[in-house]
Design a protein around this ligand. Structure first.
Ligand code: FES
Length: 146
């Protein structure tokens, strides 16, 4: 019985240590996923009115898919990710531009036809794959897609 109590006390101490170390660093989603042994990046979608919403998502899919799954307002994605509609237009904040690969030629051509102003950080969210490197990225949603 004593051994069980000592083990329980030790586990509680270790868990408290983990919480103390991780809680100030990241959101509870990060903590929960880390403790499960699986890291999922968090994307932060910011609306034109300044409100923002974090979305925790699996790696491997596109930023557009993460936005659609989370009902992010302003991401339409009419072609479903075929790089044929430009209604998944987003702005990558300048400090995060190095986290995403440069657009391919077909994406560049579609970006020429976006409805909202094209800026330096303009991208089609369906063409950006979610990787660990995108954790914490700020993504601005344009004021219109049509
Ligand atoms: S969803 Fe149509 S271009 Fe991205």
């Amino acid at each position: 019985m004593l051994a069980i109590k000592e083990k329980w006390t030790q586990d509680r101490f270790e868990n408290r240590t983990i919480l103390t170390v991780f809680l100030p660093l990241r959101s509870s989603c990060f903590l929960s996923n880390t403790l499960k042994g699986r890291f999922m990046p968090e994307l932060i979608f910011r609306q034109p009115d300044g409100t923002s919403r974090p979305v925790t998502t699996e790696t491997g899919g596109s930023v557009m898919q993460a936005a659609i799954r989370s009902n992010i307002r302003g991401i339409e994605a009419e072609c479903g990710g075929a790089c044929a509609c430009a209604t998944c237009h987003i702005y990558i904040a300048p400090e995060y531009l190095d986290c995403v690969p440069a657009p391919r030629q077909d994406e560049e051509e579609m970006l020429d036809g976006v409805c909202a102003e094209r800026k330096e950080g303009s991208r089609l969210s369906c063409q950006i794959t979610v990787t660990d490197a995108l954790d914490g990225i700020i993504i601005d949603v344009p004021d219109r897609q049509y």
